[in-house]
Design a protein around this ligand. Structure first.
Ligand SMILES: NC(=O)c1ccc[n+]([C@@H]2O[C@H](COP(=O)([O-])OP(=O)(O)OC[C@H]3O[C@@H](n4cnc5c(N)ncnc54)[C@H](O)[C@@H]3O)[C@@H](O)[C@H]2O)c1
Length: 252
């Protein structure tokens, strides 16, 4: 018996990092997982690697509403319902003071995180039963505002607002809506941010950031995936409208 036996899960950005670790954990716990991700060689390789499991995949840019609708329709055709939706696709954007931040990058970062989550949720919600679980991957940067990442921080704060409104709307149906707010994760996504912020190589930048994390280290993708499992599954039925920090204490 798995914690998510026969649950149908849609996850955006599931072809890499946190999303891929969550996909693998959920598959091991008995779920059917439908990944939405952009067209990339990595996605095809992931689907090949997971062939024979209960995973399906759909190339879709979350900012493209028609593509999201078609991916959600494929899930519903296959399974008839969606029990868990995880809006996880993300990009880091620019590292620059706001005054120099390129407007087109700012707009794209908001579009991927905010409109991407909106598109996914508006498309999926008509197929979500009472008692379902919705999770948005925000960030510690959605709760505090570090310098040089105003686009990312604005987008991640906006996701928290979306989560809170939706949690209030869906609570009467027992549908729970939460954000997971990871701190710095030991993966390429975060290395790319840290090397630009510090001007150091990845190892040097990681050491600088480790000093800012009370646990003294980066979080792993598997630790974030375990939090996703908790919020998706039956052990968190009293939890909604929460910003669930997985940040080694960085948020204070
Ligand atoms: N890595 C960290 O330290 C960290 C910390 C806090 C929050 N997060 C958030 O976690 C989420 C996952 O990040 P990750 O660390 O696994 O990075 P990642 O780059 O490994 O994964 C992000 C995934 O999102 C996909 N994606 C990006 N833009 C997309 C789009 N427009 N349409 C569809 N898919 C798209 C990518 O192809 C990729 O598979 C993101 O929302 C990120 O902001 C990451």
């Amino acid at each position: 018996m798995g914690i998510l036996d026969n649950k149908v899960v849609v996850i955006t950005g599931g072809a890499s990092g946190i999303g891929l670790a969550t996909t693998k954990l959920f598959l091991a716990e008995g779920a059917h997982v439908h990944i939405l991700d952009r067209e990339s060689n990595g996605f095809t390789a992931v689907l090949d690697e997971l062939k024979g499991t209960n995973v399906t995949g759909h190339h879709a840019d979350v900012t493209d509403r028609a593509a999201v609708d078609s991916a959600i329709a494929a899930t519903v055709t296959a399974h008839g319902t969606i029990d868990v939706v995880i809006c996880n696709a993300g990009i880091s954007g620019e590292v620059a003071p706001l005054v120099d931040y390129p407007a087109e990058v700012f707009e794209r970062v908001l579009k991927v995180h905010v409109m991407g989550a909106f598109n996914t949720l508006q498309s999926a919600l008509p197929h979500v039963p009472d008692g379902a679980s919705i999770i948005i991957t925000s960030s510690i940067t959605g709760l505090v505002g570090p310098p040089m990442v105003s686009g990312y921080s604005t987008a991640k704060h906006a996701q928290v607002g979306m989560m809170r409104s939706l949690a209030a709307e869906l609570a009467p149906r027992g549908i729970r809506v939460n954000t997971v707010n990871p701190g710095p994760v030991d993966n390429g996504f975060q290395d790319h941010i840290e090397t630009r912020v510090t001007g150091l190589d990845a190892a040097g930048a990681n050491s600088v950031f480790n000093e800012m994390i009370p646990l003294g280290r980066h979080i792993t993708v598997d630790e974030v995936a375990q939090s996703m499992l908790f919020l998706a599954g039956p052990h968190s039925t009293g939890i909604t409208s929460t910003t669930f920090r997985v940040d080694g204490g960085m948020g204070g």
